[in-house]
Design a protein around this ligand. Structure first.
Ligand code: NAD
Length: 298
C-alpha cells in the first residue's frame, strides 16, 4: 500500500481520495477549504499544512483542482509538489485543464526526475463516489503503467490516450460534445412544451430513437423521466455550469490555436456564458434548460 498526497478535496477529489483510503492506501490531503479538509479527515486522511508538506514522503501525488492556473501553482509555484516530493515520485493530475498547462507541468516534473500523467475524468460526482470514473490518460507508456493501479481504484475505464496532454485533449473534446448535446436536448424539451407535447412522452420516444444521447437518457434536464438527474433536485450540481463554461472555453481556445473550426462549440460557450453571467454558475449545467425555455418565450 502506498502513501498518497491528494491535493484538491472538493466535490470530485473528496470521494476519489475516499476510495484510495478504502483500498488501504494512506492519504495525506490538502485543500484551501477547511470544510473539504474536515470531510477528508473524517474519512481517514491526515491533513497537511500545504501541498508541499503533503507531497513530502509520499510516493504518489494526485491533484484534483479547478483550472490550469491552480495546477501550475501547486506543481511549480513556491513550495510546490515537484520541488517537495521525493525523487522518482508519480504525479497524477486529474483536473480538467488546458493542454499547454498539462504539457508544461509534465515537462517540469520529468525534468526534476519524476513521472507524470494527465488523467482527467468523466463520470461526475456519482462516478467519483462509486469508483466508476473513466480516466483519459496522457503520458509515456512507463508513466501510464505506474499510474494504472491507482486509477483502477478510483475508476472503471482507464484509457491511455497518448503522450502528455492527450488526456486533456480527449476530455476537452468529450465535454464539448456534452455541452452541445445538453443544449440540444434542452431546446427539444422547450420546443415540445410549446407544441403541447408531454415531456415524458418526448423522453420515451427520443430515448429509443435517433435523438438518444447521454444528456437525455442519463442526465435529463427536465424533472421526471430520469429520477437521479439534477433536474429533480432544483439543479443542485452535479457538474456546475461554471465548470462546463470553463471546459467549453478550453475547447474554443484549443480550436483557435489548432485551427479547428468549432461553430457549435463557440455557440455553446456563448450560451453558457450568458447563463453563468445571470448568476447561475453554481447551478448544475443541465439547468441551462431554464434559460432556454425563457428564450423560447422571447
Ligand atoms: P471543486 O471546486 O469542488 O474542488 C476543487 C477544490 O480545489 C476545492 O475544494 C478548492 O478549495 C481546491 N483548491 C483550489 N486551489 C487549491 C490549492 N492551491 N491548493 C489546494 N486546494 C485547492 O471542483 P470539482 O467539481 O471537484 O472539480 C475539480 C476538477 O475536476 C475540475 O477541473 C473539474 O473541471 C473537473 N471535473 C469535475 C467534474 C464534476 O462533475 N464536478 C467532473 C469531471 C471533471
Amino acid at each position: 500500500m502506498a502513501t498518497i498526497a491528494f491535493i484538491g478535496l472538493g466535490n470530485m477529489g473528496g470521494p476519489m481520495a475516499g476510495n484510495l483510503l478504502k483500498a488501504g492506501h494512506a492519504v495525506r490531503g490538502f485543500d484551501l477549504s477547511e470544510a473539504a479538509c474536515a470531510a477528508a479527515k473524517e474519512a481517514g486522511a491526515t491533513i497537511a499544512g500545504s501541498p508541499g508538506d503533503a507531497a513530502k514522503g509520499a510516493e504518489v501525488v494526485v491533484t484534483m483542482l479547478p483550472s490550469g492556473a491552480h495546477v501550475r501553482q501547486v506543481y511549480t509555484g513556491e513550495g510546490g509538489v515537484i520541488a517537495s516530493a521525493g525523487p522518482g515520485s508519480l504525479f497524477i493530475d486529474s483536473s480538467t485543464i488546458d493542454v499547454a498547462s498539462a504539457r508544461a507541468v509534465a515537462e517540469a516534473a520529468t525534468a526534476a526526475g519524476h513521472v507524470m500523467v494527465d488523467a482527467p475524468v468523466s463520470g461526475g460526482v456519482g462516478g467519483a463516489a462509486a469508483g466508476t470514473l473513466t480516466f483519459m490518460v496522457g503520458g509515456s507508456d512507463a508513466a501510464f503503467q505506474r499510474a494504472e493501479p491507482f486509477l483502477q481504484v478510483m475508476g472503471k475505464t482507464i484509457v491511455h490516450a497518448g503522450a502528455a496532454g492527450a488526456g486533456q485533449a480527449a476530455k476537452i473534446c468529450n465535454n464539448m460534445i456534452l455541452g452541445i448535446s445538453m443544449i440540444a436536448v434542452s431546446e427539444a424539451f422547450a420546443l415540445a412544451e410549446k407544441l403541447g407535447l408531454d415531456a415524458q412522452k418526448l423522453f420515451d420516444i427520443s430515448s429509443k430513437s435517433s435523438g438518444q444521447c447521454w444528456s437525455l437518457t442519463s442526465y435529463c434536464p427536465v424533472p421526471g423521466p430520469v429520477p437521479a438527474s439534477p433536474a429533480n433536485r432544483d439543479y443542485q450540481p452535479g457538474f456546475a455550469a461554471a465548470m462546463m463554461l470553463k471546459d467549453l472555453k478550453l475547447a474554443v481556445e484549443a480550436g483557435q490555436t489548432s485551427g479547428a473550426s468549432l461553430p457549435l462549440g463557440a455557440e455553446a460557450a456563448q450560451l453558457y456564458s450568458l447563463f453563468c453571467n445571470a448568476g447561475n454558475g453554481g447551478m448544475d449545467f443541465s439547468g441551462i434548460v431554464t434559460m432556454l425555455r425563457g428564450r423560447s418565450d422571447a
